[in-house]
Design a protein around this ligand. Structure first.
Ligand code: FES
Length: 101
């Protein structure tokens, strides 16, 4: 498998976000990553959806590895900031972080 810079997991479950807004976020990811040049090459970002991350409140939740940064209450606008500032720029969006490994 080719290397990648980050792995992003989006919770699409119905407990942390009862309206399942994580699904909308996950659908948005490919076009945001493509726009920012993060779908191919050494800076590419691998993405995945998960039914639960074991937190089950304060979602939607988005996790970025290898940084071990957990974002909560992610809106479409915040997801765009995560892609631009964190995944492309390497700067964590600190005000949206609720947990770090
Ligand atoms: S349903 Fe999202 S963390 Fe459990």
């Amino acid at each position: 498998m080719d290397p990648y810079a980050y792995h992003v997991l989006v919770c699409v479950g119905g407990f942390c976000s009862p309206d399942q807004k994580g699904r909308e976020l996950y659908r948005m990811l490919p076009s945001l990553l493509q726009r920012e040049g993060l779908l191919f090459g050494p800076d590419r970002v691998k993405r995945g959806e998960t039914p639960c991350l074991g937190v089950c409140s304060g979602g939607p939740i988005v996790v970025v590895y290898p940084d071990g940064v957990w974002y909560g209450g992610v809106t479409p606008a915040l997801l765009e900031r995560i892609v631009v500032e964190h995944l492309r720029g390497g700067r964590v969006v600190d005000e949206a972080v609720f947990h770090r490994i």
